[in-house]
Design a protein around this ligand. Structure first.
Ligand SMILES: NC(=O)c1ccc[n+]([C@@H]2O[C@H](COP(=O)([O-])OP(=O)(O)OC[C@H]3O[C@@H](n4cnc5c(N)ncnc54)[C@H](OP(=O)(O)O)[C@@H]3O)[C@@H](O)[C@H]2O)c1
Length: 334
């Protein structure tokens, strides 16, 4: 079977399409015929710098896939064969708090990834695809969607009448907008692009701010909320945006700290003064994934796919992410 492998430190130029043996599921594992794999900024960053991350090469990238179970190992229910499933980002985080064991079970990181025709998953390392979603759509859920769900629902407890702040229009933020709509919250969205902001408004964003034209976007958010700030901020920017996100969030509000797109330093004093809840978010558990899928099915939510890239052209997907022209998800079809 074919698999893409990271073989060096040259970014997507160091991706190689290899012919490797078809894997055999061990006890407690299932084999999945992969139909689609979405990419996340983290996969791009991993490909850019695998050596600094201490990854053993060659390594298959990507955490997110959807496909069909075609074989099961000893001790696994044979009736699972034929089920349409999506990988869980962490193979060992079923419920409860995150743990070192969970962190050591991340696909496309501590463990090998899923950009291959066939992959092995733990019997607890997948969920069934929500009804009504294609493989391409389901492949967008394991990382970006679940991270947005965790930030909005599990951590942020956003609900009807709340106002949320979403940074940018990438995979996580577009799902966060869809969840805000589903929850009855109103969303303020920032972006570097007016045309992307127009699309976010057409998808239900309440207000939008171009963060290039309005570098003091936190003040604009305060103006939009009568000086109070938002209830929940989905913080994908990192050090370079966090100070303004803190400023834009209301007293006793929540900032879900997700991203590492920008570098910078932060003065912690306003976090204390505003009694803010600043919560690190690392994707989410399998139980959260199941909860999210129930909501996706019930509300017939459709993931926003920017474009698809055929398996043989996979490096193009990372190049597109680097160019940052996308809105929503980029998916590799297998
Ligand atoms: N902690 C976790 O569990 C977790 C999970 C998923 C992702 N992440 C992290 O979250 C971040 C986003 O991931 P993603 O997969 O959604 O990436 P993505 O699809 O590549 O989206 C990135 C988007 O961020 C926006 N952006 C860049 N710089 C910005 C800035 N200074 N202010 C506001 N927005 C900015 C851009 O939006 P515009 O083009 O509209 O300007 C860009 O399109 C990454 O750092 C990623 O590593 C973390």
């Amino acid at each position: 079977m074919k698999a893409w492998q990271i073989i060096g430190n040259d970014g997507y130029g160091a991706l190689s399409l290899a012919q490797i043996d078809s894997p055999t599921p061990a006890a407690g594992q299932v084999k999945v015929a992969v139909r689609a794999s979405s990419i996340n900024y983290r996969d791009y960053a991993t490909i850019q710098d695998p050596v600094a991350r201490g990854l053993a090469l060659p390594m298959i990238p990507n955490s997110d896939c959807a496909g069909d179970i075609v074989e099961v190992g000893a001790g696994v229910d044979k009736s699972l064969i034929g089920k349409r499933v999506a990988s869980t980002f962490f193979q060992q985080w079923t419920d409860g708090d995150c743990s070192p064991e969970a962190m050591n079970s991340a696909l496309g990181g501590a463990l090998g990834g899923v950009l291959a025709e066939e992959v092995l998953l733990d019997a607890n390392g997948f969920v069934e695809i929500p009804s009504g979603l294609s493989y391409v759509e389901a492949a967008t859920l394991p990382c970006a969607a679940l991270t947005a769900w965790n930030a909005m629902v599990e951590t942020g407890r956003a609900g009807a009448g709340d106002t949320v702040l979403l940074l940018g229009t990438g995979g996580v933020s577009v799902f966060a907008l869809q969840f805000a709509r589903l929850l009855g919250a109103r969303a303020i969205v920032t972006s570097s692009s007016d045309s992307k902001l127009e699309r976010m408004r057409s998808m239900g964003a309440w207000e939008t701010i171009n963060y290039k034209e309005t570098p003091e976007w936190d003040t604009a958010v305060l103006d939009l909320t009568d000086g109070a700030g938002v209830d929940v901020t989905v913080e994908v920017g990192g050090g370079g945006t966090l100070q303004r996100s803190v400023n834009a969030t209301r007293v006793a509000g929540t900032v879900g700290l997700i991203g590492v797109l920008t570098g910078g330093q932060i003065d912690p004093t306003p976090i204390m003064r505003k009694s803010l809840r600043l919560q690190g978010i690392y994707v989410g558990s399998r139980r959260m994934f199941s909860d999210m899928n129930r909501a996706i099915s019930m509300h017939q939510l459709k993931p926003v796919i920017d474009h698809e890239v055929p398996f043989e052209s996979a490096p193009e997907a990372y190049r597109a992410m680097e160019q940052a022209g996308h809105l929503g998800k980029i998916v590799i079809t297998v």
